[in-house]
Every structure is written in structure tokens, then in C-alpha cells.
Design a protein around this ligand. Structure first.
Ligand code: NAD
Length: 244
């Protein structure tokens, strides 16, 4: 039997992360989900991964915490016998507001989860990837990080930061055969965007393909990057053409 490979998906309990986890499970990866919040959602995702015949576990861990992520990665290495091959940094939050009124706390928490969270996870897995001379890292950015978006200075900054983090990590780890790429979604139908409806014709006008995206649209790009050994430092937009 081929040796089991493990994938870590942060924010894998629901939304885009859940779909990525399910697709990786279908490819035969054992799945470690890192999340906060609703444990029923996480349990449901774990069950759905297990139904695909792989081992799957969920870890409650705030990715913005250096210590919590260090501990979670150590537990994952122990539970899955050290064999981590894929890291998808997908956990993310929004705390929207105009820059003139934005609370310091809203700036700090969005940068903490979205940007430092990805750093923390890469920081605690990189040595393992380097030792194994293999690894695939995919970070979830956003078109908001590429174009900016009024009312999202904190979120845009965190997602633009992800692009820089991705390219520097890609350059550093390329000599070891490890790739690091990013996916920048546009408007994708998940809990994060539940207040946006497609009846909003103003919004639809900004999307050349004329519809919001589905989690499967984003997951397909993530899987493409994970299965592409000669692509690194790339940012793929999955946005219906918004930022072209
Ligand atoms: P979602 O709100 O449905 O899910 C977010 C996930 O992140 C959950 O699993 C949650 O547990 C996890 N999470 C939140 N804070 C965390 C923390 N501190 N520590 C660990 N886990 C945490 O969101 P989604 O729409 O599926 O978004 C997933 C990613 O895609 C995010 O990074 C988001 O910024 C990005 N994105 C989403 C859209 C969109 O339109 N939905 C567009 C562009 C980018």
C-alpha cells in the first residue's frame, strides 16, 4: 500500500476550506482540519472526509496564535505520524469598516488571523517540508488584496500581504522542491458572503462572468496548484474576471 499523505487545511470546517478538504480526501490525502467555532460543522466535514476512505481529524486552534499553531502542528504530526505534505492556509475573517472609523482591534484581528495565521502555519511546518524535500503550500488571498476595496482596508492589507508571503516563501523553499502559491477568489457563496445576494445587480455588473462563484470553483484551483510541481510563486484569480 502507498504511504499515506497528510494535508492540513486551516478553516476547513466549512465553506471553501471544507470543499478543499473533501477534494483532497478524494485524492487519498489524510485530512487535518484546523478551525475555531462550530464543532458540529467540523464534525460533519470530518465525517464526509472519512466517507472517502481516509483518516480525518479536527483541531480547535486559533491560527493567529503562534503557540496554539505550534501545538496543533505538533499534535497533527503525532496523530498522523509526521507525514505532512500539503498545507492550505484558508482560515480567514472580515471586520469591515471605513478606514476613518476602523477600530484598532478590527485591524489587529484581521491581520492576525488572515496574515499572521498563514505565517504561523508555514513557520511550524516548513522545517518538516525541508527535511522531506517535498511540500505544497497554497494560501488563500482575495481579489480585495489585489485591487483594494473600500471598507476593507484591514482585509485587503492582509490579503495583499498573503501575496508577498507567498512569493517570498516560494523563493526560499523552491531549492528544496517545495512550492508555495496563492488563490485569489472574488465573490464566492459561503457564510462569509451570506449578506450578499445575487439580486444585487450593482454587484453582478462588476463580475464579467455575471454570477458569484461556488466553493468548487476555488477548490479546483487549489487542487490544480497542489498537483502542479512546476508552478510556484503564482497567484491564480478565481473571480469571474473581476480583476482582469
Ligand atoms: P467561512 O467564514 O465560511 O469559513 C472560515 C473558516 O475559517 C472557518 O472554518 C473558521 O473556523 C475558520 N477560522 C476563522 N477564524 C479562525 C481562526 N482564528 N483560527 C482558525 N480558523 C479560523 O469563509 P470562506 O468564505 O469559506 O473563506 C475562506 C477563505 O477564503 C478566507 O481566507 C477568505 O478570506 C477567503 N475568501 C473568501 C471569499 C468569499 O467570497 N467567500 C472571497 C475571497 C477570499
Amino acid at each position: 500500500m502507498a504511504e499515506a499523505k497528510t494535508a492540513i487545511v486551516t478553516g476547513g470546517s466549512r465553506g471553501i476550506g471544507r470543499e478543499v478538504a473533501l477534494r483532497l480526501a478524494a485524492l487519498g490525502y489524510d485530512i487535518a482540519i484546523v478551525y475555531v467555532g462550530d464543532e458540529n460543522e467540523a464534525a460533519d466535514t470530518i465525517r464526509a472526509c472519512e466517507e472517502k476512505g481516509v483518516k480525518a481529524r479536527a483541531y480547535v486552534c486559533d491560527v493567529s496564535s503562534f503557540e496554539e499553531t505550534k501545538d496543533a502542528v505538533a499534535r497533527i504530526r503525532k496523530d498522523f505520524e509526521g507525514n505532512i505534505e500539503v498545507l492550505v492556509n484558508n482560515a480567514g475573517i472580515t471586520r469591515d469598516g471605513l478606514i476613518a472609523f476602523m477600530k484598532e482591534q478590527d485591524w489587529d484581528s484581521v491581520l492576525g488571523v488572515n496574515l499572521k495565521g498563514a505565517f504561523n502555519m508555514i513557520r511550524h511546518t516548513a522545517a518538516l517540508f525541508i527535511r522531506n524535500k517535498c511540500g505544497r503550500i497554497v494560501n488563500i488571498s482575495s481579489v480585495s488584496g489585489l485591487m483594494g476595496n473600500a471598507g476593507q482596508a484591514n482585509y485587503s492589507a492582509s490579503k495583499a500581504g498573503i501575496v508577498g508571503l507567498t512569493k517570498s516563501t516560494a523563493r526560499e523553499l523552491a531549492p528544496k522542491g517545495i512550492t508555495c502559491n496563492a488563490v485569489a477568489p472574488g465573490f464566492i457563496r459561503t457564510d462569509m458572503t451570506k449578506n450578499i445576494t445575487e439580486d444585487n445587480s450593482e454587484l453582478l455588473r462588476t463580475i464579467p462572468l455575471g454570477r458569484m462563484g461556488d466553493v468548487s470553483d476555488v477548490a479546483a484551483a487549489v487542487i490544480f496548484l497542489i498537483t502542479s510541481p512546476y508552478i510556484t510563486g503564482e497567484v491564480i484569480r478565481v473571480d469571474g474576471g473581476i480583476a482582469m
